[in-house]
Design a protein around this ligand. Structure first.
Ligand code: KG4
Ligand code: ZN
Length: 351
């Protein structure tokens, strides 16, 4: 089966082609126009997608050496995301599928992240047989879910304020590290001391505000932001500059330790044997190392996508469409699906 996937939910314009489950092309263009604004400007994002979508899809087809009429399925992100941005890829995909007379599969971006560790051939067979706990950490989402082999899932925890990626980006902005700051903090952390300053770890067993911590899988990162601001206000710029790597490492350590602690606690409570981590923040080297070590300690199998598939990409959209088709979960001929901005779990929320 030849699947074209399209992703335009935020600031990456991406198109991918899967042939028999294998990724033949995954073209990703990251928009550079937002850097000066310290965050993604929705209107600029939509315009950039509009400008690039035709050439990115063409590039993917060329790279895969597939002609449009050889496609069996066309899939695009239907949400959640910036509504204008989502609309560009979704309308393009629906229109192309309709014109070619091929099935169109709308894909939930967050669900595509959840299953992104299985991108590539044999995705269907590589999904664990038993339930697994999935941590989805991106610029827009921080979710813990219990996922079943039939692609259904229950959300057991989510952020009550900022997403983990936002925590990286917003604290990084305060530290003058540009946008997106996640990868920069990751790089700086390798030369810094994570114990330099202990930033708060909200809603965890070790936090003082965690009276009802047990079984609380929600996250909160806004206190970390305030704490970094307070630290910066108390120190002169020369001191900050001298210790920028130490502060980056301390911020990263605070975020990563919460993510690892809650994921492992959920895996134990729900008695699963595997854990997955996906979304832009799963590219973080500190998170990959700490989660790897924690999973080894607790005898859990760990699934993480290759770094190229951690951040937004269309290969995960095409993979999700393929999985949905193989499980009979794709809506037939959905040419008029409306885009959506907010994540509404398809599964039952446990609380
Ligand atoms: O999944 P993604 O590409 O887009 C969304 O769906 O949001 O995630 C982007 C987020 C940004 O917040 C970015 O700073 C973060 O992922 N990110 C990282 C790293 N690479 C990307 N955060 C920490 N360390 C990284 N290496
Ligand atoms: Zn994403």
């Amino acid at each position: 089966m030849n699947i074209l996937g399209i992703e335009t939910s935020c600031d990456e314009t991406s198109a991918a082609v899967l042939v028999g489950g294998a990724v033949r092309a995954n073209v990703v263009s990251s928009q550079r126009c937002h850097g000066d604004f310290g965050g993604v400007v929705p209107e600029l994002a939509s315009r950039e997608h509009e400008r690039l979508i035709v050439s990115i899809v063409d590039d993917a087809l060329k790279e895969a050496n597939i002609r449009k009429n050889e496609l069996d399925v066309i899939a695009a992100t239907a949400g959640p995301g910036l509504i204008g941005a989502v609309m560009v890829g979704l309308c393009f995909g629906e229109g192309l599928a309709w014109a070619l007379g091929k099935p169109f599969v709308p894909v939930n971006h967050v669900e595509a992240h959840i299953f992104s560790p299985f991108i590539g051939q044999d995705a269907t067979t590589r999904i664990p047989k038993g339930d697994f706990v999935a941590l989805t950490v991106s610029g827009g989402h921080t979710l813990l879910s219990v996922v079943h082999q039939d692609l259904s899932y229950e959300v057991v925890g989510r952020t009550i304020d900022d997403a983990a990626g936002e925590a990286f980006d917003k604290t990084g902005k305060m530290l003058g590290l540009g946008y997106p700051a996640g990868p920069v903090i990751d790089r700086l952390s390798r030369q810094g001391d994570p114990k330099f300053h202990r930033f708060p770890r909200a809603l965890t067993a070790s936090s003082q505000t965690s009276r009802n911590y047990h079984g609380n899988y929600d996250f909160s990162f806004s206190g970390l932001k305030t704490s970094v601001r307070t630290w910066l206000d108390r120190h002169d710029p020369a001191h900050v500059e001298r210790h920028i790597a130490d502060i980056a490492a301390s911020v990263q350590d605070a975020i990563v330790s919460v993510l690892v602690e809650k994921t492992i606690a959920a895996a134990r409570q729900f008695r699963v044997e595997a854990v997955s981590v996906a979304g832009g923040v799963s590219a973080n080297s500190g998170l990959r190392a700490a989660m790897g070590e924690a999973c080894r300690t607790h005898g859990l199998e760990l699934f993480i996508p290759d770094a190229a598939y951690s951040t937004d990409n269309a290969a995960m959209i095409a993979t999700m469409a393929g999985l949905m088709q193989s499980r009979g979960k794709a809506v037939a001929n959905a040419y008029d699906v409306a885009p959506f901005a907010r994540f509404v779990p398809a599964g039952r929320a446990l609380h």
